[in-house]
Design a protein around this ligand. Sequence first.
Ligand code: MG
Ligand code: MG
Length: 250
Amino acid sequence: MIQLKSIREIELMAEGGKILAATVQMLRGEVRTGMSTQDLDAIAEKFIRGHAGATPAFKGLYGFPGTLCTSINQEIVHGIPSRKRVLKDGDIISIDVGVGYRGYFTDSATTVAVGEVDEETVRLLDTTERALAAGIAAAVPGNHLGDIGAAVQRVVEAAGFSVVRDLVGHGIGVAFHEEPQVPNYGKPKRGLKLVPGLTLAIEPMVNVGGPQTRTLADKWTIVTVDGSRSAHFEHTVAITQSGNRVLTAA
Ligand code: MG
Ligand code: MG
């Protein structure tokens, strides 16, 4: 069932989203060579809990142990923070984080270069961020879910990269994962019609190589089958009468 949100509910989500946006911006500035993903997780948890009423939404969600999902290089999503995973110059790290605030959830992700990265990696990050922007631009009333996916896919494939299909965006709000699913591929004018009050996590996951994924033995970390690098950017977006509102924008 799709739960449309009232203006009051969207306001509450925007308040939580503001805390989440600050968290993501702070974490982007903290990433450096030699730190572990556990270090980053501890910083994130402390920062979120420092805001009255805010909680790290991932902690305990489906049994996940961290505040962040930290996914390095060929890891697409759901990497578990660990003292043993230390960032090296030339790596990329995808940081996915959710916040609970006064009964509502927001979700955001970013990918950060650690030190100097190669040209192709720079292009991967830029393309994924532009794909998210294109998806958000298509998330307006009267359009359909397929318009969002098609917009994301067009940007990614024009750059010669591939969109992950095994994982999708989602509705969000009262529950962390709500209906509908929001694929990062599709055809214009297909699928659910977008209406004001719909709140969506739009989250392209983009691979340098093929779109195929597999899950590691830890049962969480999802990686590219071909070992190519992957990036992930995400915002929580509310469809409004006049267009949309990005609830997790910095
Ligand atoms: Mg997320
Ligand atoms: Mg999400």
